[in-house]
Each structure stands twice: as structure tokens, then as C-alpha cells.
Design a binder for this molecule. Structure first.
Ligand code: 261
Length: 408
């Protein structure tokens, strides 16, 4: 019988969260080569780092039901869709899916995103130098989803503050050897965001209960419920937090990552600006290159189970490292390079199995439209070489800032 110590590479004990947040790639490259199933004491779980093992586990929800990570559960509470299974998960999927079905998205996405994108571009197009993350990617992402959810009166800056606070709290994953959170104060930002979210949403929910409208959250309350009943706040809130974190932040990461990738291959950047029909491919590769949700999916073994070459006991927690899977050298040639012309090979950016992202089509459309409008308005965009492109994040990853310039 193998033990957690047998599956802990000695060198992993020296790896810090700060190091992973700055750059997880070398650590995970070594894990893929030496220990694709590794117990990491600081996280209190096993890391699965290769593409094939991540795919096998993601698809096998019978043996590997979803759970939320410890820090994620501390941040969102019980009942977030990402950690539910069976009939509870089915109900929550049916709650969130209507607005996210491709057929539904196609009816509203241009009217939703293009005016938001154009208004932001009008505000910046005469400046000639901005951090495009703060001035465009994040505002467009949060305004579009905020309007869709029913929060048109919550400012872009407030929505950005909330996803940031929820995100650092969700990934405050360091554990002590006794299985306690090593940095309990790291959850304060998430607690603050949650308190503000409830104070803002409670009155809206009161109103939607008696006066439903077309907003997504109003539908979450009513759809599929018996006449005169609504879903409880206990059901709704953890899932609002899921959206206010991942669905707000990650389209912006995908936009900025795709631009950073294209800037690393200037000829490919030119081709995409000249031919916007290349954007879906460019974005798909950007999200493969640096997966926005880099390391957040966790599963639990229902019974003793074999993973690759090792046997794990029942109740083992595994973290599927989709960002690492997407850089697996056994699946992709030169995986750490952005390449618009790369051969097709499936990736795990949107996960897999029954928990595969419900917002895949929505998010891809938001990112595409935002970049179409940006490249149309400012085709002579250039990377500002006086700033470094600093990617940041382990759970969620993208350029922290992306400074660009253009001739006005
Ligand atoms: C919309 C997806 O959001 C998330 C996914 C995984 C972890 C946290 C999230 O908010």
C-alpha cells in the first residue's frame, strides 16, 4: 500500500504558493515528468498534472464525484454548483443553462457586448497608451455579465473588486500539517466581498420574487419551481459567488492572454488583425496556452482507485490541474509557445465530463466580440515594451496588467 509520503516528491516541500502564483510551469513540468500523481502536503491533496489522467478523472464522475477545494468551500459556502453531484447538480445546471445555451446566447450576445465594448473604446481610443486589462478586458467582461445577471446598477469597479477578493480567497490554499488553513486572514477579502454582495442583492431578490424580470438571477429564482415558489437564497448565493468570480474574471483573462500570446508572435498578431475570422482559433490557442482556470477543479475518490501507476485510497482528494494538462508535452508540441497554427488536439480549458463549463459558448463569444471590436477600433495596437508582461495566478491565471500603445 502506498502512503501519502511515498507519493510526495521531496522537492515539493520547498515549493511555496507565491512561487506557484508567479509561475507554476517549471514545478508542474517536473510533476508531469516525475510524479503525475503527487501528494502535496501544503495543499492537503493530490495534484494530477498530465492531460490523460486529468481527462480520465474528469469524465468518470461515478468514481470521481466533484468536491469544492477546502479554500473554495470556505469562500463560497455549501452548495456551489462546482462541488455538487447527482440530482442537486442536475437542478443547478438546469438553473444556469437557459441563458448560456448557444441558441440563447446567439439571440442576445451582439446586442449585449458590442455597445459595451464600443463605449469603452471611445473612452480610451484617443489616449494612445493604457493597461488594456484594467481599461478594457475587465470592464467589458464584468459589464456584460453584470447586465445579464441583473446587476446593471453595480459599477464595473465594484464588480472587479469583488472578483478579485473572491479569487484571492478561493485560492488561499496553504494548509498546515494538521489540516488547518495556514493563512486564515487570507479569507477576509472574500468575507468582505460576500457581505457586500448580499447587502446589494438581498433587496433585488425581494423584488424579483414578486416581480420577475428577464435577468438571469430572476430566472434562477423562478425557473422550474412549482407555482408560487422560488429557490431559496441558500441555493442561489453560493452560485452567484461562482459567477461573480469565475464568470466575471476569466473572460478578461482569456482576452489578455490571447493578446499576450499574439504579441509573442508578431506575424500572427498581424494576421489576426487583418483577418478577424482567425479570432476563434487565436482565442482557443490563448486559452490552451495559459488556461484561465488553471487549477481549481477537485474530485474525491468514492473507493480505492488506480490512477496511472499508483493506487489511492478511498476519499482521496485530487486536484485536476487543467493549466498543466494543457501544457503536457505528450499532447502538444512546444506546449509553452503560443502558436496560432498549432495542430488540433483537445484541451481542458473548459474541463470535461458532467462538470464541463456551462459557459463555454457564452465566454468564447464575449472574448471574440471584445477582441473583434478592439482590433477594429485600434488596429495599430502594440505591446508597450517598457513594461514586463507579468502573468500571475495559480488557481486563476492571466496577465496582471498588459500595457499597450498605439499611434493616435
Ligand atoms: C464560472 C466558473 O466559476 C468558477 C469556476 C471554478 C472555480 C470558481 C469559480 O468561480
Amino acid at each position: 500500500m502506498t502512503t501519502t509520503e511515498d507519493l510526495t516528491p521531496a522537492w515539493i516541500n520547498d515549493v511555496t504558493m507565491e512561487q506557484l502564483e508567479r509561475n507554476p510551469n517549471e514545478v508542474y513540468q517536473r510533476l508531469r515528468a516525475e510524479a503525475p500523481v503527487a501528494y502535496v502536503p501544503q495543499l492537503g491533496l493530490y495534484i494530477i498534472s498530465t492531460r490523460d489522467l486529468c481527462m480520465d478523472i474528469a469524465k468518470d464522475s461515478a468514481h470521481w464525484p466533484a468536491v469544492i477545494s477546502p479554500a473554495g468551500g470556505r469562500t463560497f459556502g455549501e452548495g456551489a454548483i462546482i462541488g455538487t453531484n447527482g440530482p442537486q447538480h442536475k437542478d443547478l445546471r438546469s438553473m444556469v443553462e437557459p441563458h448560456l445555451r448557444p441558441q440563447a446566447v446567439d439571440t442576445y450576445i451582439d446586442d449585449l457586448v458590442r455597445p459595451i465594448a464600443r463605449a469603452r473604446l471611445e473612452a480610451i481610443e484617443d489616449i494612445g497608451a493604457v493597461d488594456i486589462v484594467a481599461e478594457y478586458c475587465e470592464p467589458v467582461s464584468v459589464r456584460a455579465l453584470g447586465d445579464l445577471l441583473g446587476l446593471p446598477d453595480v459599477s464595473e469597479d465594484k464588480l472587479r473588486e469583488w472578483f478579485h477578493k473572491l479569487s484571492v480567497s478561493f485560492t488561499n490554499a496553504d494548509m498546515t500539517p494538521d489540516g488547518e488553513f495556514a493563512n486564515p486572514d487570507g479569507f477576509i477579502p472574500g468575507d468582505e466581498a460576500r457581505a457586500e454582495i448580499i447587502a446589494m442583492l438581498d433587496p433585488k431578490i425581494d423584488k424579483w420574487i414578486v416581480e420577475p424580470d428577464d435577468s438571469a438571477v430572476s430566472h434562477w429564482l423562478h425557473d422550474g419551481m412549482p407555482e408560487g415558489e422560488t429557490r431559496s437564497r441558500e441555493v442561489i448565493y453560493p452560485n452567484i459567488y461562482v459567477f461573480l468570480l469565475g464568470a466575471m474574471q476569466e473572460p478578461a483573462h482569456a482576452m489578455a492572454t490571447t493578446m499576450a500570446g499574439l504579441f509573442s508572435k508578431p506575424d500572427q498578431f498581424e494576421r489576426v488583425v487583418d483577418d478577424p475570422s482567425l479570432l476563434p482559433r487565436a482565442i482557443n490557442e490563448g486559452m490552451r496556452w495559459v488556461a484561465p482556470i488553471w487549477s481549481a477543479a477537485v474530485k474525491v475518490a468514492t473507493s480505492e482507485v488506480t490512477v496511472g501507476d499508483v493506487t489511492l485510497p478511498a476519499n482521496s482528494l485530487v486536484m485536476l490541474s487543467y493549466g498543466s494538462a494543457n501544457n503536457d508535452e505528450n499532447a502538444y508540441e512546444a506546449p509553452t509557445q503560443y502558436d496560432l497554427d498549432r495542430a488540433v488536439s483537445p484541451n481542458l480549458t473548459f474541463g470535461g465530463g458532467v462538470h464541463a463549463c456551462a459557459g463555454t459558448y457564452y465566454a468564447s463569444a464575449v472574448v471574440r466580440i471584445a477582441l473583434e471590436e478592439l482590433f477594429d477600433a485600434i488596429p495599430n495596437l502594440e505591446l508597450d515594451e517598457t513594461h514586463d508582461v507579468d502573468f500571475w495566478g495559480w488557481g486563476f491565471r492571466g496577465p496582471k496588467e498588459l500595457h499597450v500603445t498605439w499611434e493616435v
